[in-house]
Design a protein around this ligand. Structure first.
Ligand code: B12
Length: 225
């Protein structure tokens, strides 16, 4: 398990965070990665650095929507964020838990290949001591169900970033609920396009606005804290 103290204010100079946001939004990969390294070295918490990365990715999304960036911009941002995830992961101190509080089955729903948010959640939840079975991206409902029945996780996490994949998300939740007697796990949904309305639409049991909230839900559902 690791040090994830959600309520502790970090020792931070917020101007560094703003600079990082600008570098990521402008797709200046090497400089952004250097800045992340500097921030971590000067005592920033990974979760705070991550928050600035997320805001910057939202800005990249806006620039794509407005036509300022093309798909190549999204790809570059994706690669930058993948490398940022590696840095953040390396900075989290892992402790070996005596026993795992449970297993989380995870995947991105069918039709969607976004994986950075899911991977970030997986990194953080592993640091909390959970075992994660990650099925990857573009995962169909049957594969989720088959794995859930085999491994009987404590919770199933579905990631979805595209509104066009929401029908798949709903179908996955429905199939998992129809067979809940065979695996016993509640379903949590997360991702950029997920909110209270999508929770109601999909009938999932929980939704998380970000990875930190996702961890809190895991801890609550699996009785860790
Ligand atoms: C990078 C990126 C890509 C990369 C993805 C690389 C990768 N390996 O993931 C690539 C280039 C592949 C891509 C492709 C496309 N993309 Co794209 N992409 C993005 C971008 C810029 C950033 C996403 C990201 O990684 N953010 C950083 C991560 C860390 O944040 P996150 O995913 O939100 O995750 C956080 C939470 O949501 C949460 N979370 C996520 N999953 C889960 C799961 C659980 C269980 C929990 C608890 C929490 C959780 O935890 C994370 C940390 O807090 C977004 C813009 C945006 N606003 O998000 C667009 C965006 C998601 N993409 C978009 C689009 C349209 C596309 C394409 C259709 C473009 C095209 N015309 O081809 C394709 C779709 C391909 C497909 N079939 O999936 C749209 C989606 C619009 C919509 N609402 O449907 C967005 C919003 C851009 C925009 N504003 O238009 N994309």
């Amino acid at each position: 398990m690791t040090e994830l103290r959600f309520d502790e204010p970090g020792r931070i100079d917020t101007r560094q965070g703003e600079r990082l946001m600008e570098l990521i939004a402008d797709l200046r990969e090497e400089q952004a990665l250097l800045e992340i390294g500097n921030m971590l070295a000067s005592g920033w918490k990974s979760t705070d650095v991550m928050e600035y990365c997320l805001q910057a990715m939202r800005e990249v999304g806006k620039r794509f929507e407005s036509g300022r960036y093309f798909i190549s911009g999204l790809i570059m941002a994706g690669e930058l964020m993948r490398r940022a995830n590696e840095l953040l992961k390396a900075s989290l101190v892992q402790k070996q838990p005596e026993s795992t509080p449970g297993t989380i089955l995870l995947g991105t729903v069918s039709g969607d290949i976004h994986n950075l948010g899911k991977n970030l959640f997986a990194i953080l939840v592993r640091c909390e001591g959970y075992h994660v079975e990650d099925l990857g991206v573009d995962v169909g409902p049957e594969r989720f169900l088959e794995t859930a029945v085999n491994i009987r996780p404590g919770l199933i996490g579905l990631s979805c970033m595209l509104t066009s994949a929401l029908p798949e998300l709903k179908a996955t939740v429905e199939l998992l609920h129809d067979h809940s007697a065979e695996h016993g796990a509640p379903v949590m949904i997360g991702g950029n396009c997920i909110d209270q309305h999508i929770l109601a639409y999909s009938n999932a049991d929980y939704w998380a606005k970000d990875a930190i909230q996702g961890i809190r839900i895991c801890n609550r559902v699996l009785g860790k804290g």
